[in-house]
Write a protein that binds this ligand. Sequence first.
Ligand SMILES: Cc1ncc(C[n+]2csc(CCOP(=O)(O)OP(=O)(O)O)c2C)c(N)n1
Length: 306
Amino acid sequence: MVKIRRFEERVAQLFAEGLIPGFLHLYIGQEAVAAGVCANLRKDDYITSTHRGHGHCIAKGADVNKMMAELFGKRTGYCKGKGGSMHVMDVELGILGANGIVGGGLPIAVGAALSAKLKGSGQVAVSFFGEGAAGTGYFHEALNMAAVLKLPVVFVCESNQYAEFTPRRTHLPVDTVAERSKAYGMEGYCVDGNNVVEVYETFAGIVENVRLDSRPVLVECFTNRWSGHYEGDPQRYRGKGESEEWQKQDPIAKLEQGLRGEYQVEPDELQQIRNFVESELDAAVSFAKESPLPRGEETLEDVYAW
Ligand SMILES: Cc1ncc(C[n+]2csc(CCOP(=O)(O)OP(=O)(O)O)c2C)c(N)n1
């Protein structure tokens, strides 16, 4: 969680300095979801992510050097600098892509789960998406197909209260996205997405069952993004003091409190983790800065069209 948070704070700063081109959608505030879910996954399990995908990729084990270089648009990045923040992927780690198309990861996860079932590999596919994506056709088609074909998919809705600038209550005609599971004959659950222990424990059981029974499940994690929809968003649609209220639910502070209270972890030990993360990210930023840009003639390489 600390690595995700600091990666994002760093890239926000680098973006403000003009070193990162393109769009940035930050995940700050939602770290407990990615960390709690992915800690239950095998390396060969699949995830699909969103336009707000840095946290999912880091939690699944992505190399922060290659991520940082990708965000800088450099040749050493995951997509050779041609994808940027919204297109990090690492097939070796089962990361089937962050995705600029809202809801676009849902059917990809269904396809990956179908391949796992046909191979009998015991892999599961986890699809992260926002509650805005739960209003797309992709969502309904993906859940329907996964249920009909009994596929090992965990659908993880991260309800961060907004779809771009539209608050949840104005685009969602039901109380929870989780209750839509009933329409597809699958189980649905709600989780406090700011409590990493609750997320971890809930998903431990769910992932195990999905792996054994090959049946999809829908889980809604309630959380909030502290930043705007994108970096530079003036956030006029937000109530005064709303972000500050959510910040009282900081998932990292909550976990630290628990570790220091219940488990008597010393502040020094937590500081060591922070120092380790800082040096890893220092190295990633240097790597990205020192890496070359793609050459002009490479622009059309690795592009698939028909
Ligand atoms: C198919 C498609 N429609 C519209 C957009 C524009 N768009 C970008 S993000 C977004 C809202 C997504 O909301 P949500 O799924 O809740 O994710 P969050 O940003 O809250 O993480 C929209 C409509 C898009 N990128 N793709």
